[in-house]
Design a protein around this ligand. Sequence first.
Ligand code: VAH
Length: 317
Amino acid sequence: MSKKILIIGACGQIGTELTHKLRAIHGVENVIASDIRKLNNDVVNSEPFEVINALDYNQIEHLVEQYHIEEVYLMAALLSATAEKNPAFAWDLNMNSLFHVLNLAKAKKIKKIFWPSSIAVFGPTTPKENTPQYTIMEPSTVYGISKQSGERWCEYYHNIFGVDVRSIRYPGLISWSTPPGGGTTDYAVDIFHKAITDGKYECFLSSETKMPMMYMEDAIQATVDIMEAPTESIKIRSSYNLAAMSFTPTQIAAEIQKHIPNLQVTYKPDFRQKIADSWPASIDDSQARQDWNWKNKFNIETMTVEMLKQLRENVYK
Ligand code: VAH
């Protein structure tokens, strides 16, 4: 019988596509999507969907028992820009939702956990280029502090209680199926939408802000791959560095202009510039490539073609 999976935060940028992917692999009826509200009709209407609060242990425990859940993907969190505006709630949501799921695994009520970390765990004192798996980590954002702390707890619960929790430090993720949502890297999503709808885009970062990025399809495949990898191949239980490409706003604008020549981009950095400046420009993900055969499929050229195709066929048709 197929294993039962619960996705918490299924209506978010990653959760939406993760829900579809896991349902394609395991069967719709075996993947329970959940979120704080019915935020995404596509996910909600594709059943089974449950409204739960990621901060309510009893609600999560009840779902786990009701559906005989074996694996939990905890995708609910406040991202970097939003978290700076709501530090206390961001810490509460990002940390206590993780403790609830880790404690369910410690109590043997579930068998395996996926928890997303981020390159936001690195800070201004981290080597910026080809940032290694192990290095200085002094995150200067609420989001980054919560992700660094979460990584320490994941490793602790694995080492002390034998919890099988697996994690990836996602770079900026680019996808077409959900609108940009409170991330500092989300300029790289918004520019595609505005290129099609307005032919112009005002970027909230400076033109040469280089950051690690990845197309969502690659991020989802990596999530499936790390969860399906044999236990003995998962040698890092904090979180794996992962990368695919790095680019600046100038570079992604030029790539889009190959297809939409009249696109006009202006630059007006706001509070998110300081967040972006604290993060790496590029990431060394050789450990993930070595341990569980990670490899990206998309680069800036192929991602741009795919993003424009999907947006024109599905969003702005
Ligand atoms: C953010 N998209 O911008 C997220 C991501 C590396 C950044 O974690 O907050």
